[in-house]
Design a protein around this ligand. Structure first.
Ligand SMILES: NC(=O)c1ncn([C@@H]2O[C@H](COP(=O)(O)O)[C@@H](O)[C@H]2O)c1NC=O
Length: 601
């Protein structure tokens, strides 16, 4: 037998019991609570059981009794329907509803748990006169349940219909769904069959029905709302939009759930990155004080797609200390983290306004940190510092004490430190640096992600740019081949330039970024900024350009050569590539073509 996701083992015994009796609606009561035909929520309610077992004259009497009554909805007891996979706080809500006079109707596992908690329960089967069947695939999918949820109390013919069929109304529906998301994202994955069985059908049907009929039915899908629900029912909850909010939450809950199911099925079937339609479930992580500027309201959402589970990144980082993250903090921390994660050796990256302004790799991370700050101390002040190694006590002290290389006195100030981990002592020391310093612990980004970005009225989707120098062929196109160390410098510069906004130029030597030019609308300007920032110390250094040079003579290539750059790495592909080669040959500079570019817009 396939077990239902909530492990409702009772299904088997009930099914066996019922197989002996046909048709199902002739089956007598199934639980100790249902010795009498179920009708305690409405004076007129007669179950199919009672109608079926009545003699024909009795039956007519029963039907006449229905048709002769004034049709009004005045239940003697209100009903709550509870069906929960996650039974957290079930006893609390069950007892609370019972104390308020609600009759509680429940599915198998929930009913058992409620009974154990001392709550009297009517099993759904007593209303449906059907056993829960097909391994739990069909439990509540029945007019006796859905009629009771969906009937409009202000519509006479709805109430008449309920009375005709002996159906009572539900005033409260408390449901949460099979744990599909947790199952399919669990370590080791899930068998296809198990994934399928964890798709909840009856739960969403009840949630949607109750949310649609929110005017008459309160629907709760989150245990966090149990208290508010009980307070509302007691008349202590003054929010006049409470019903609507619950209905919104219910539909949102089901929409997120379905987006996970659909994403999972797409992956099992076609699986490519760009489905014909895409739903991205987002969960509010925090409301932000403001957006890029104080006059813009803002919030931050975490991407809940299955593909993002354990995929690392800033959104799921843990903040250990400091002022709340701002909109710009998130952007900058993201840029710093993305960059530092690219490096294998111990590395420090300093970012300002999403551009790395200092990058250094050293076996000794202290040295890497000092070099990364020294690369551009003015920009580093107030920047984001990222490490790809643990921050221990010694490093934390260095971060706390390091004086600005500009005046040798002022302690460096940073907005954020981000690292994969911290020792206890390291964290304690960093906390002491300032009240505001945000300390983030992040998981390394996974490769192969789908990157989404908004433009007016749409979203752009692309593969994340996962290419590193290891995947790239650096072809020598000049007469001079670079020395081994220059080739290494070129690869380092290449890794940095990938993270600088276009047009991007990076000058690097000995695992250290000396200067960078970013975001200029022409490449010459970026080159000049990079040279100026490097401070003249660029003889024999490597230069990387994120895209090809459209011109060489009296342009960026020649200026680089005149400044005694040792090796240039660029994608190639310009109609004037030959000019670039000739120019480098004239100055004796090595030129490498990568055939790959790293635009960053
Ligand atoms: N099929 C149905 O009619 C049905 N009705 C309710 N459920 C789900 O069954 C779960 C509760 O089951 P139990 O009370 O047996 O532990 C809930 O998550 C609920 O969403 C159903 N299960 C799945 O579709």
């Amino acid at each position: 037998m396939i077990q239902s996701p909530t492990g409702a083992a009772t299904t088997v015994s009930l099914s066996r019991l019922l197989l002996r009796r046909t048709p199902p609606y002739l089956v007598p009561s199934l639980s100790p609570h249902s010795a009498a035909p179920y009708n305690h929520s409405h004076p007129l309610r007669l179950s199919r059981f009672s109608l079926s077992h009545s003699s024909s004259s009795n039956r007519n009497v029963a039907m006449n009794a229905i048709s002769n009554q004034n049709v009004s909805h005045e239940p003697v007891s209100k009903q709550a329907l509870i069906s929960l996979s996650d039974k957290k706080d079930l006893a609390f809500v069950g007892n609370g509803l019972q104390e308020l006079g609600y009759t509680i109707v429940s599915t198998g596992g929930t009913a058992s748990a409620l009974e154990s908690a001392g709550v009297a329960v009517t099993k759904v089967e007593q209303l449906t006169q059907f056993p829960e069947m097909l391994d739990g695939r069909v439990k509540t999918l029945h007019p006796n349940i859905h009629g009771g949820i969906l009937a409009r109390r202000d519509q006479k013919h709805h109430i008449e219909a309920l009375n005709t069929h002996g159906i009572g109304t539900f005033d409260v529906v408390v449901v949460n769904l099979y744990p599909f998301y947790d199952k399919v994202t669990s370590t080791g994955g899930v068998e296809f069959e198990d994934g399928i069985e964890n798709i909840d059908i009856g739960g969403p049907a009840m949630i949607r029905a109750a949310a649609k009929n929110h005017k008459d039915v309160l629907v709760v899908v989150d245990s966090e709302d149990y208290s508010d629900l009980l307070e509302f029912l007691k008349g202590n909850q003054s929010d006049d939009k409470f019903r609507l909010k619950l209905a919104w939450k219910a539909f949102q809950h089901v929409a997120s759930y379905d987006s996970a199911v659909s994403e999972w099925l797409w992956k099992q079937s076609v699986g490519d990155k760009f489905p014909p339609s895409l739903t991205v479930p987002l969960l509010l992580k925090s409301s932000l004080r403001y957006g890029e500027n104080p006059h813009q309201k803002a919030a931050f959402y975490v991407d809940k797609r299955l593909s993002e589970v354990n995929a690392g990144g800033i959104a799921t980082s843990i903040q250990h200390h400091g002022k709340e993250m701002s909109y710009n903090n998130y952007l900058d921390a993201d840029a710093a983290w993305n960059c530092v994660c690219e490096f294998r050796n111990p590395t420090c990256v300093v970012v300002k306004h999403t551009n790395p302004c200092g990058v250094a790799s050293r076996d000794d991370i202290l040295e890497a940190y000092r070099l990364a700050v020294k690369a551009d101390p003015v920009s580093a002040f107030g920047g984001i510092v990222a490490f790809n190694v643990e921050v221990d006590e010694v490093l934390a002290k260095e971060i706390r004490e390091f004086r600005s290389p500009t005046d040798g006195e002022t302690r460096m100030f940073y907005e954020i430190v981000v690292a994969p981990s911290y020792t206890e002592k390291g964290l304690e020391i960093l906390r002491g640096k300032s009240k505001t310093l945000r300390i983030l612990e992040a998981k390394k980004n996974e490769a192969g992600k789908l990157s989404l970005r908004q433009v007016g009225g749409g979203w752009l989707a692309q593969d994340s740019d996962d290419l590193t120098p290891n995947n790239i062929q650096f072809s020598v196109v000049s007469e001079n081949a670079p020395q081994e160390s220059q080739l290494h410098d070129a690869e380092f510069a290449w890794l940095c330039v990938k993270h600088v906004k276009s047009n991007a130029i990076v000058i690097a030597k000995d695992n250290c970024m000396l200067g960078m030019g970013s975001g200029q609308p022409n490449r010459v300007e970026s080159l000049r900024i990079a040279i100026r920032k490097a401070g003249g110390d660029i003889k024999g250094a490597a230069l990387a350009s994120d895209a090809f040079f459209p011109f060489a003579w009296k342009d960026a290539v020649e200026e680089a050569c005149e400044n005694e750059i040792g090796v240039i790495a660029e994608p190639g592909g310009s109609i004037r590539d030959k000019d670039a080669i000739d120019c480098c040959n004239k100055y004796g500079v090595s030129l490498l073509f990568t055939n790959v570019r790293h635009f960053r817009h």
